[in-house]
Design a protein around this ligand. Structure first.
Ligand SMILES: C[S@@+](CC[C@H](N)C(=O)[O-])C[C@H]1O[C@@H](n2cnc3c(N)ncnc32)[C@H](O)[C@@H]1O
Length: 294
């Protein structure tokens, strides 16, 4: 039974980092004329109301996307992300809507590209269906992603990206996600895989990163950290708020397999700008490559 709902965290600093990186990957895929496919294995509801009850209870978006926009960064690497978010809001008006990864992808894709979404939570799935009911490029699966993903890979297009963004409600996912990615990679060796993970004080992401490293190919690891205890705690004891995940979140990580050429440089620039805008002197962003074997 899934209880996590991303509405509490939409637009928070982890989303800012993950979605800025996602925009860079999508911009890369969109540069060539051949169609591509994006698979979002943990899609969420697709679009978030920042004036709604969930966003209001934590206020994470205010310390995330709102602070980034207020800082008005001019870094080129952040512009695709800032442009997409702006496109979901009225020019010159308040920030009221935040696009989740499916909406970001749909906005950056072309007419011939495809978006495959997996979401198991009934309410999140129903909302997601509502967002994309008129978009024929989008295919939505209400299934467990661990079961559904192998059947969707490799996509016919061969070019593309899989975003793996679990809620880690189940601690075993730190071990099962690399296994899932390993089997997906065997079926789709040229696919780009982006895997999100939280940085918690007990470093429980260790087995996840080690498991990805064991896949024996270079894995780009990007991590953003802020002051201890960020973001603002909010009502962390609400079950839907994912207390086991968010309490004491000290940072956010993204592992990318088969990153595009020079993605490391653009993500390093974007991450440094995010760290500066959101956390000032307390922010840090690192990009490294693990598993780089001859
Ligand atoms: C972190 S949220 C996704 C956020 C989204 N990718 C974004 O960036 O906007 C994780 C989502 O995965 C869903 N989920 C968790 N475990 C799942 C599973 N085994 N299969 C399918 N969906 C799952 C949750 O219901 C939740 O909506």
């Amino acid at each position: 039974m899934l209880s996590y709902q991303h509405g509490y965290h939409a637009g928070g600093f982890a989303d800012v980092h993950k979605h800025a990186a996602l925009c860079l990957l999508l911009a890369h895929l969109g540069r060539k004329p051949a169609p591509f496919c994006m698979i979002d294995s943990h899609a969420g509801r697709g679009l978030y109301d920042l004036t709604g009850e969930q966003a209001g209870r934590t206020g994470e978006w205010q310390a995330g996307i709102a602070r980034l926009i207020e800082s008005a960064p001019t870094d080129e690497s952040l512009q695709p992300y800032l442009d997409v978010v702006a496109g979901f809001n009225k020019a010159g008006g308040d920030l009221v809507t935040y696009p989740g990864s499916p909406s970001i992808a749909a906005r950056m894709m072309g007419a011939a590209d495809r978006l495959l979404l997996i979401e198991a939570h009934p309410a999140e799935h129903a909302a997601l269906r509502g967002v994309f009911r008129r978009d024929r490029r989008v295919h939505i699966h209400k299934r467990d992603s661990f079961e559904a993903l192998p059947g969707l890979i490799p996509p016919a297009e061969r070019r593309g990206l899989a975003l793996i963004d679990p809620s880690y409600e189940i601690k075993a996912e730190y071990r099962s996600v690399p296994v899932m990615v390993g089997s997906a990679l065997r079926r789709w060796p040229t696919g780009i895989f982006a895997i999100w993970y939280p940085l918690l004080p007990d470093d429980r992401h260790g087995p996840l990163v080690a498991g990805l490293d064991a896949l024996a190919r270079p894995v780009l690891i990007a991590e953003l950290t802020g002051p201890a205890g960020s973001p603002a705690p909010g009502p962390a004891n609400s079950p839907a708020n994912g207390p086991a995940i968010r309490q004491g979140l000290r940072g956010t990580g993204l592992a990318v397999i088969n990153p595009p050429w020079r993605f490391d440089e653009s993500l390093a620039a974007a991450g440094a700008a995010i760290a500066r805008c959101l956390f000032g002197a307390n922010g840090n962003h690192t990009v490294r490559v693990t598993g780089d074997r001859p």
